[in-house]
Structure formats: structure tokens, C-alpha cells
Design a protein around this ligand. Structure first.
Ligand code: NAD
Length: 434
């Protein structure tokens, strides 16, 4: 099939690369000419394991192209996929201005039937709006609109797309359904065929549920701390129940990233404007933010009355999760300013996300290795569970530090092991070792 994808961010680029890998002819469009030039040169503007290999291979076999020219890219396309951003407005609702502008542009260039598919996460009713935006530009020209929300996870996005466990096809016509089935034919996946509104809602419901799981286990962790129980074992027990499942039960400093924070907010707004005030999801958000503050409290407690003023704190990990350079709504962006406002002098290191972090965290020092970050530090705070940190040589770490204090927001180490190395070790929902 001939596919045109508008937006070459995490979703558009990964989809483009994977659709070409399974045999479709894909043209990716972006308005950012620097991004397009980089992609034409075979370099990915985002960090995502495995992406460049697929990018170069499919460019070489001429199944994958990049351009800033939407009109040309649409010409031969059977399907035009919208994958532009839907950031949060100040009231939490989804900003649809990028979607509207792309929809109008598509309408303007429509010269033959196209199926226009939304992969971006959009509130219920957006498909209908897209239809009217296109129609206003193209008059009587035939087209269909469909919703195909994306469920990939940054950090394993290529794997998730190549092995998608389900695809939601929100359609309004038989033709749209057939085209979307053909698009997904090369994937061994379960297709859920539904209407537009249900498809749009399914994405918000799924993300809000996952966010709820994270805040739930974080609350369990907070009670565990009061009662000397171990949340990692509690989560293991819970996860062995297939009705619960083990994913998203890692207690820590809460969720971040480009999706959960904005999608929970947009879901709340969507409920409100539809006349139903959600009760669980707003609490999920509150718990999530409190969890950041609790980690800072733990760091403060470690120094007792001295507090954090003038303390040199090494922060390990900036990205909101490992294997990505995405800093959008990363916990580090909340936690580091809290530390500096208490007078701490922060030196941070992340294996991949440092470049992306610089503009968000202008008042701290960046180190080029974990050793440089921790040298003579008064404490280490771990914010991202990169493998590099899980594999730290603990003796070397201790030798680096001015005082052996580790505050672990990701539960990377066994408290007893840390004790045997002589650390003051505080983590989330487990026994504190002093
Ligand atoms: P992104 O910000 O990384 O990428 C969006 C791209 O669209 C940018 O490259 C931008 O230049 C381009 N763009 C904007 N307006 C354009 C226009 N008029 N013409 C051409 N290109 C234009 O966004 P993302 O993370 O890929 O997310 C896209 C959508 O997918 C969002 O709605 C998001 O909620 C959803 N989503 C994201 C993820 C994720 O993990 N990032 C997962 C599932 C769903």
C-alpha cells in the first residue's frame, strides 16, 4: 500500500519505519525541515533502540521517503495518517491546533479519494471535527476519516509496533475498514473494529488505567514504609494474579513522559465537558505529584537538621524512563528544581537524555559520566532505572562519594546489599537502611 504519514515524531517516525519494514511504501512528511534533512541523511532525530537500522534499510530499498511537501506525498497515497502532537492546553485539555492545521492542509490538497487516519491521541469527537475541517477545504471530494490510536511505548517503540498486541480500527465505512485491515495485514495482531468515538475513548481509558496502576502501587508503597513491609514483594504477589498482572506495579517517583500526564488531564477535561466529573483520575494525578515530593523529603531526612543547603547532590538519570531521550514531563524536571530551591548544588548525568535536558534544567551542572557526577558528592539520587545504574559497581560508587548516602527513586538495589556496603540507603516502599 502507499502510505503518507504526517508528523515524524516518536509515533509518526516509528510507524513510518515499521510500515515500510513490513512492505508498504511510506512517505513521511514533517514541517520541520531540519528533521527532514536529518532523516534523509539516514539519522534519527529521536533516540529509540533499533530505529536507525530500519530507517537506513528501508530508505535504501526505496520503500521509505521523507519530505516537507505534503501535497506531493499525498498524491499516490491510499491512506494519509495524522501523527502530529496534541499537547496539553493550560486547562489540561488537548490542543488540537496541529491536528486542525494538518486536516485543513489535507483537505486543500485532496484530488482523489483518501482514507485519513488519526494516530495522534485526540479527545472523543475529534474525528468528526477532522471530517468537517477537511470538508470545508475540499467540498464534494470523497474521503473517509478513521481513528487508529497508537499504543507504542517509547524505549521499545519499534518492538511494540512490529509486535503490536492489538490495533483499534475506528471506522465509519466498509471501505475505510478494508483499507485499515489491509494496512495491518502484515502484522500478527488482534484487530478491534469499532466506531470513531469508541476508538478515541479506548486510548484515554487505557492510559488512565495504567497511570492508576502506578499511583495505586505508590500509595501501597507509602503505607508499606509506615508498617515496615516491602512493596516489591507485595507487587510480586499481586502481579502473579492474572487478573492484576505484573506490569506497571513498580513503586517509584511516579509516571512522566509525553503521554500519561497530558492524557490523564485531557481525560478529566473530556469527562467534565461531557457532563461527568471523573473522581479516580484526578486523585491519580495528585498521588503522582506527591511521590516526587516524598523523594525530596527522603533526601532532606538523610541530612537531618543540616538539610540540603550547600550539599552536593549527584542525580543519576534525567529521562522519564530508560532507553529514551524524552524529557517531556520527566520527574527530574519536578524533583531537581525542588532540590535546588532547598539550596542543593546538583550535578546530573544521564546516558542519553542530557542534550534534551539542558534547556529544561538551566541551573545545574551536567557531568559526562556517573563517576564525574558522583565524585565528592554528599549524596546520590537515582531518578531513572537505566541498566547502566543497575550495574553500578557499588564499591566504586562508595569510594567516589564524600558521604555514602543513596536515595533511590527506582528501587534498583537490595537494601541489605546496600547495608553490607555501608550505605545509608532509602528507596520507595521498603525498609530504610541507616
Ligand atoms: P512529537 O512531538 O514527537 O512529533 C510531532 C511531529 O509533528 C513533530 O515532528 C512536528 O514537527 C510535526 N508536525 C506538527 N505540525 C505539523 C504539520 N502541520 N505538518 C507536518 N508536521 C507537523 O509527538 P509524538 O510523541 O510522536 O506524539 C504524536 C501523537 O501521538 C500525540 O497525540 C501523542 O499523544 C500520541 N502518542 C504518543 C506516544 C509516545 O510515546 N510519544 C505514544 C502513543 C501516542
Amino acid at each position: 500500500m502507499n502510505i503518507c504519514i504526517v508528523g515524524t515524531g516518536y509515533v509518526g517516525l516509528v510507524s513510518g519505519v515499521c510500515f515500510s519494514e513490513v512492505g508498504h511504501n511510506v512517505t513521511c512528511v514533517d514541517q520541520d525541515d531540519k528533521k527532514i534533512a536529518q532523516l534523509i541523511a539516514g539519522r534519527s532525530p529521536i533516540y529509540e533502540p533499533g530505529i536507525e537500522e530500519l530507517l537506513v534499510r528501508n530508505q535504501n530499498n526505496e520503500r521509505l521517503r521523507f519530505t516537507t511537501n505534503l501535497e506531493g506525498a499525498m498524491e499516490k497515497a491510499d491512506i494519509v495518517i495524522i501523527a502530529v502532537g496534541t499537547p496539553a492546553e493550560s486547562d489540561g485539555s488537548a490542543n488540537l491546533s496541529f491536528i486542525e492545521s494538518v486536516a485543513r492542509e489535507i483537505g486543500h490538497h485532496l484530488t482523489s479519494y483518501k482514507l485519513v487516519v488519526t494516530k495522534s491521541t485526540v479527545p472523543v469527537g475529534t474525528g468528526q471535527k477532522i471530517k468537517s475541517w477537511i470538508q470545508e477545504q475540499c467540498g464534494k471530494m470523497a474521503f473517509d476519516v478513521a481513528s487508529n490510536p497508537e499504543f507504542l511505548r517509547e524505549g521499545s517503540a519499534i518492538y511494540d509496533t512490529m509486535h503490536m498486541e492489538r490495533a483499534v480500527l475506528g471506522v465509519e465505512s466498509e471501505k475505510a475498514k478494508e483499507l485499515l485491515i489491509e494496512l495491518h495485514q502484515p502484522f500478527d495482531t488482534r484487530l478491534v473494529i469499532t466506531d470513531l468515538a469508541t476508538a478515541e475513548m479506548s486510548k484515554y481509558a487505557a492510559n488512565a488505567f495504567l497511570a492508576t496502576k502506578i499511583s495505586f502501587i505508590n500509595e501501597v508503597a507509602n503505607v508499606c514504609e509506615q508498617l515496615d513491609a516491602d512493596v516489591t514483594k507485595v507487587a510480586e504477589v499481586m502481579g502473579l494474579d492474572p487478573r492484576i498482572g505484573s506490569a506497571f506495579l513498580g513503586a517509584g517517583i511516579g509516571y512522566g513522559g509525553s503521554c500519561f500526564p497530558k492524557d490523564t488531564q485531557a481525560f478529566i477535561q473530556m469527562g467534565q465537558s461531557a457532563g461527568y466529573a471523573l473522581k479516580i483520575v484526578p486523585e491519580v494525578e495528585k498521588v503522582n505529584f506527591e511521590q516526587r515530593k516524598r523523594l525530596v523529603m527522603k533526601a532532606k531526612q538523610a541530612f537531618g537538621l543540616e538539610g540540603l543547603r550547600g550539599k552536593r547532590i549527584a542525580v543519576l538519570g534525567l529521562a522519564f524512563k530508560p532507553n529514551t531521550d524524552d524529557m517531556r514531563a520527566a520527574p527530574a524536571r519536578d524533583i531537581i528544581p525542588m532540590l535546588t530551591s532547598l539550596g542543593a548544588d546538583v550535578r546530573a548525568y544521564d546516558p542519553i537524555a542530557m542534550q534534551a535536558a539542558i534547556s529544561y534544567l538551566p541551573h545545574i551542572t551536567f557531568a559526562s559520566s556517573w563517576q564525574e557526577a558522583t565524585r565528592d558528592a554528599d549524596a546520590v539520587i537515582i531518578l531513572t532505572d537505566w541498566n547502566e545504574f543497575k550495574e553500578l559497581n557499588l564499591q566504586e560508587l562508595k569510594n567516589q562519594l564524600a558521604s555514602p548516602i543513596v536515595i533511590d527513586g527506582r528501587n534498583l538495589f537490595e537494601p541489605q546489599l546496600m547495608k553490607s556496603h555501608g550505605f545509608y540507603y532509602d528507596s520507595v516502599g521498603r525498609i530504610k537502611i541507616e
